[in-house]
Design a binder for this molecule. Sequence first.
Ligand code: SF4
Length: 294
Amino acid sequence: METEKVVENVAFNILKQAVIYLPDDVKQALKKAYTEETSETGRTQLKAILDNIELAEKHQAPVCQDTGTTIFYVKAGAKVKNLDKVESAVINATKRATKEVPLRPNAVDPFTGKNSGDNTGRYLPVLNWEIVPGDSLEMTVMTKGGGSENVCLGGMIVPGEGIKGVKKFVVDAVIKAGAQPCPPNILGVAMGGGADVSMKLAKKLLLKPLTEHNPDPEIAKLEKDILEAVNMTGIGPMGLGGKTTVLGVHIDYAFRHPASFPVAVAFNCWASRRSTARINADGSVEYLTHMLKW
Ligand code: SF4
């Protein structure tokens, strides 16, 4: 099979997997939250979410009606050939998935308000590239819900405020977001770089499993501290009260200009959808996060 078709098929499969089957770490975290939630309303909301997840799997239907914006992250081995075909392959896969899964058409022209009808358009799907050593192509897709995207927040704190300022920025962002991002959420928090770098890093963190903490113990402790702080807000599942507002916090950073301290908070909703596959040099495909069920 020609390269473009292989990439298209794999992109289609991971997109379909992502919108139907939530990753195991997210399901486990939601189940744990359900058993530990003390608010009756919070428990009811978590039960409805868990039932919904089960029904989506049973009927092979998207887990949420908002099938999000399609974002691909590609790790391309430096020796992989035909990389110029990847972009058209992921566009075709997105169009196909919109029809066949189906996905809700979520790509709108900002000037005219016209929906393209197939989830593609200028810069959509989003394609992020990383060149790595080797000869395989690893592709991850995230489908990012609108409600959680609406509250993603980037800003600049006063450099002298340091990490204390970062914590305050995140807690304020969660309080301001309230029920909008369909909690319980997952947060990517990044600092440094510039306004663009911090948000890009923050969003990429949403691909990390909840079981994976920052390898630096000090940053891992900050992840835990922020998690505890945001869960004290009492916003709770779907914003109806409870102790589970956020399931996990991931942190990353870049060095910064001495005069600037960018901070970004990327929110993901409970429907935290991602899936990864690798295409090897011999054309074989490994699905790394999901089992292929069709
Ligand atoms: S924010 Fe997430 S859970 Fe809420 S409607 Fe959008 S995709 Fe669905």
